[in-house]
Write a protein that binds this ligand. Sequence first.
Ligand SMILES: [Cu+2]
Length: 517
Amino acid sequence: MDNSRRNFLRRASFLGAAGAVAANSEAARAQHEHHAPPQPQAPPKSEKKPAAPQGDRRPAHAQGEVVPVEVPDVPRLPWTLENGVKVFRLVPEVVEWELIPGKKIIGWGYNGSVPGPTIEINEGDHVRIHVTNKLPEGTSMHWHGLEVPPEQDGVPFLNQPLIEPGQTFTYEFHVHQNGSFFYHSHMAMQEMMGMIGFFIVHPKRPYAPRVDRDFGLVLQEWALLPNNPIPNTLAMEFNWLTINGRSGPHSTPMLVRQGERVRIRMINMGMDHHPMHIHGAQFYVTGTEGGRIPETAWYPGNTVIVGVAQARDIEFDAVYAGDWMLHCHLPYHMMNQMVSMVGPMGQAGQGPRTGLGMEEGMGVVTQGHALSEDLGPGMGRGMGMTTQERNVSNIVGPQDQHQGHGQQQPSPAQGKGAEVQPGQAERLGQVSNPDDTARRKRVPGYPQDMVMFMDKEVAKPETYGLPPGWTGSFMGMMTMVRVLPPAMYDEIQRRVREGIAEPPQGRAPAGHQHDHD
Ligand SMILES: [Cu+2]
């Protein structure tokens, strides 16, 4: 389903363009223990289901076998069995897709997907992975967290030669661990072009307590210059944040039947750490990139930092029905198309101004050569040599006063906040008439947030029944868990099966627009 929808979107849309976490010592110790060599088939201490920390509230129907992992918007990598070996084929290649409808990106991924398709196997499997490089430069594969022989570890020049364009390299190893791992190119800049995917290993004996739903989320970030769909991998600031290759509100919601126990695995392949926050449920952190955390070391929360190169598994009982956000809580990561201040707000002369334009803020060379004295040290960064600091104030700039109802001409003294008298800001802040844009613009700090509705553009079976205008709150690294009463759950699953993407019935509310005149 995910696969076909993604392919459909790709075909339909691109015909033209084609811890920083301070892990507590218990968790750290647990991780260490987990890395100890596996003991030969000692029966687990508690074959019978151990009680969850707050009592086992799982529904009776949770007594199944291992639940396949759903990675919304990302296909699963198929395999064939050859003499007991699971054989996979990965193709590093250029991929085009949409972060949100209308926002195209050209990155590098695997088998037509960014992030790459999900590899899902069982502990004890023997795998063979043929990697055929369709990129224009050499690449190499690392199996992040898996204990494989050195010649399979994927560090070019250390463990193996580069896989040159057109070549096929075959990896083969036995997997004795279980948990949320990932694969990625071991070339740093290629990683930032998108070359990562899940490598999930199910345990021989299902984790206890069992879950009913098991989801995977790949966290990534991109620096996209205006009108350029190719990520700027030199950047250290990012203006597009994605979950499984999509930004909010385009991310496909995770569907859960009320009462089910849920696991969500999150992996981070970027430059920033992401404090991932869920609404409507407290969870336990039950796994890291080192595998399962022993239950005695689980710790509760509703926000977990998924640091660079880390994996975090969380689990919770979905007892409260509702549409619950799951998102990175860094404000900058809760936006789409964030750039340095530009336009009238940034260019008002005396208004808020923290840098130059969008290009300078994101490291575009507009004058001189890339390694010139002025540019070299700051290449690709929004702060540093390419940013020239100017007076910063939150008062209204002279243009506004000019064009609006300015009673005074701009004076050289303006722009330093000197003209704002004590109490004046408060007075100016009293905007009782929402249509009084001139007054609005006198409010310190205005404007801040902008809202955009795309209900229709992102409508899919999984969004059925969401209130009109829901997309106004979804941007950047955001998705949601829909904990649905049984009847609604069944109805939406039917729509998913039948591919009914009915556009929303209601009209999105009129957002407050900022008229930048
Ligand atoms: Cu983040």
